[in-house]
Design a protein around this ligand. Structure first.
Ligand SMILES: CC(C)(COP(=O)(O)OP(=O)(O)OC[C@H]1O[C@@H](n2cnc3c(N)ncnc32)[C@H](O)[C@@H]1OP(=O)(O)O)[C@@H](O)C(=O)NCCC(=O)NCCS
Length: 166
């Protein structure tokens, strides 16, 4: 296998990531949140329009993960104004999981954070997303706090905040 992880730089790449995001979200969150909330959150955070705004106005960067040139995952990061680096998304297509690709993705996240001079990576994860939490803990993240966030339309995100010291 040949895995590449590259920053998304073109509009068409961002469209491809949005299409993949829609698929992964509807597959991986069905047991955790309602279909209505998945649709709402994809529209608000992971649609092409939302991601364009994040990259153009909010300092987010998206990275595309490809195996043999086929897009199969992505993550998004954002440097904060303090010592922290925000890992905003980390998603891998289900048929590519359990093969070490996630660890490669997280290693790249840490490199990007270090290149920005940051001391800490943090993320939010749904409290019921057991597998992702195990992966993060195994990598060295620790639970720093809990957060219930109102995201509108009657939906909330019920999350842990995890931190990794670089
Ligand atoms: C989260 C996600 C990217 C992880 O990818 P993955 O392929 O499932 O992860 P892996 O199974 O390769 O596990 C990554 C590492 O954690 C370890 N790990 C996995 N499950 C573990 C467990 N229960 N206990 C301890 N370690 C565990 C693995 O051994 C692996 O380490 P290694 O690479 O050193 O061997 C992927 O599951 C995914 O896209 N999930 C759906 C989307 C999602 O929930 N994203 C997170 C949102 S915050």
């Amino acid at each position: 296998m040949s895995i590449t992880i590259e920053k998304v730089t073109t509009d068409s790449e961002l469209r491809d990531v949005a299409e993949l995001a829609d698929k992964i979200w509807h597959e991986c969150f069905v047991d955790i949140i309602s279909r209505g909330q998945i649709d709402y959150m994809v529209g608000k955070f992971q649609s092409y329009e939302a991601m364009t705004k994040q990259t153009a106005e909010q300092d987010y960067s998206y990275f595309a993960v490809r195996e043999d040139d086929e897009l199969c995952g992505y993550f998004a990061v954002k440097p904060e104004n303090d010592e922290r680096f925000f890992l905003s998304k980390l998603y891998l297509r289900s048929d590519k999981r359990g093969r070490g690709i996630a660890s490669m993705m997280l290693k790249r996240v840490f490199e990007e954070a270090e290149n920005c001079g940051k001391k800490k990576v943090y993320l939010t994860v749904n409290k019921h997303n057991d597998h992702a939490i195990e992966v993060y803990k195994k990598t060295g993240f620790v639970i720093a706090a809990e957060a219930v966030t109102d995201i509108g339309s009657g939906y909330v995100m019920d999350d842990y905040i995890l931190e990794y010291a670089l």
